[in-house]
Design a protein. Structure first.
Length: 91
């Protein structure tokens, strides 16, 4: 397994999103399931017809996610910005 990492600025540029917080400068690998270990990973908050992973953002940070890609912002996440970086995208 390689030691691939991605800077938050590259995520922002690739997605056209806005950096809400850049307290952690990079991440490695990607995760979408808060039941898994997310240490050092980018958590992508997917939204479908029957679920909204934005509801699990606090759990993702608890599980070690260091970057989160979201399309909506919730003020209740403000305290999480010291533990993880957030990039907000249109969709």
């Amino acid at each position: 397994m390689s030691n691939w990492t991605c800077p938050i600025q590259e995520l922002q540029q690739a997605t056209g999103g806005q950096i809400v917080s850049d307290s952690v400068k990079e991440f490695s690998r990607v995760g979408t399931d808060t039941r898994s270990d997310l240490t050092g990973r980018l958590f992508i908050a997917l939204k479908g017809e029957n679920f909204d992973a934005h509801d699990y953002v606090p759990q993702a940070v608890e599980k070690g996610a260091t970057a989160l890609l979201v399309h909506q912002w919730r003020d209740e996440w403000n305290p999480l910005t010291v533990k993880a970086s957030f990039v907000q995208v249109k969709d």
